[in-house]
Write a protein that binds this ligand. Sequence first.
Ligand code: FEO
Length: 395
Amino acid sequence: MHKLIKNNVTWVGKMDWELTSFHGADYSVNNGSSQNAYLIKEGKNVLIDTVWGPHADGFVENLQQEIDLEKIDLIVINHGETDHTGALPKLMERIPNVPIYCTANAVKSLTGQYHHPEWNFNVVKTGDSIDIGNGKSLVFVEMRMLHWPDSMATYMTGDNILFSNDAFGQHLAVEELWADLADPCTLWEEAIKYYANILNPFSPLVKRKIDEVLALNLPIDIIATSHGAIWRDNPAQIVEAYYKWSQAYQEDQITIAYDSMWQGTEKIAHRIAAEVAAQSPSTRVKLFNIATTDKNDIMTQVFKSKAIAVGSPTVHQGILSSVSGWLEFLKELKFKGKKAAVFGCYGWSGEGNQVLRDGLTEAGFAVVAPEIKCSWNPLPHELDRARELAAALLE
Ligand code: FEO
């Protein structure tokens, strides 16, 4: 069913309430999501993006309730990833000659995925535009590495809509479409989770791109994302949030993440949490067991933190596999300007803390000197070292 965005622009996407994970199982989806696609019916009829492959049949069926498919003059593909293009092959079976406007890199990603080099590709770059009639046009802005090399945004003049694709989105199903109608706590938590887990590695580019787009002085009434809520009430609010998040973002928060074999390392984790709270009552403290907590949710809290403490017992001269896998993900996300401390128990050789130290340094954290390393079960005086460790993180 279509939903009106503005004037002759409608939403023709998929409200994906049942989605529970994204990027395979790499991103947890707890509140549904959507793949937003848009139909513009002006002098020219334009489809902006499609939906994920499993929803292709429903997408094409719904689309033809809106428009005779033969009357679609062009398709804009802002980004080749399959959640936005999976329905394209099904649609192209029906309208094989329709022009597809996309970046040069999107030609590569679409051809690589769907093996149709014969599709009528029209390569666009920043500043190119198409007159769609009625005094309106589409202007393209390349968004290279936000978050793929093929990404772009499309701006519609006249209606002042920025079709931003993945940028400014959230994995959140909002049946009523608009950000101002969504539950604000969930909306912002999903928006920051999306930024921390998908866009943070590209933060320097986010800042530069926002500066570039702001310099164009385009009036923007609506930011029509490709996932989740669409921003119409002060759409600048999400741009301002991205600007802030892109610059080594941190709040007065410390996150403690650990795994434990026989509760020794767990005891240290809890003592560190108590010490941070005692030394700095205004600092928000979060504590997670890495093995039993969703990794994306922990990373969101790491993103908000000014410092973290990471713990694992020594096992096989290394650390628990739950923690080593988590550290790999941490490295990918390229957080900046944060401190870290390490802790853990050991029975025999005791390499764990050094492995954690090396991993966190590689992940870009400034690892503080104080650490807690306990042979067997922590003794009270060993737990007391949490004072020094907490002080170093808070300093
Ligand atoms: Fe929503 Fe990069 O795909």
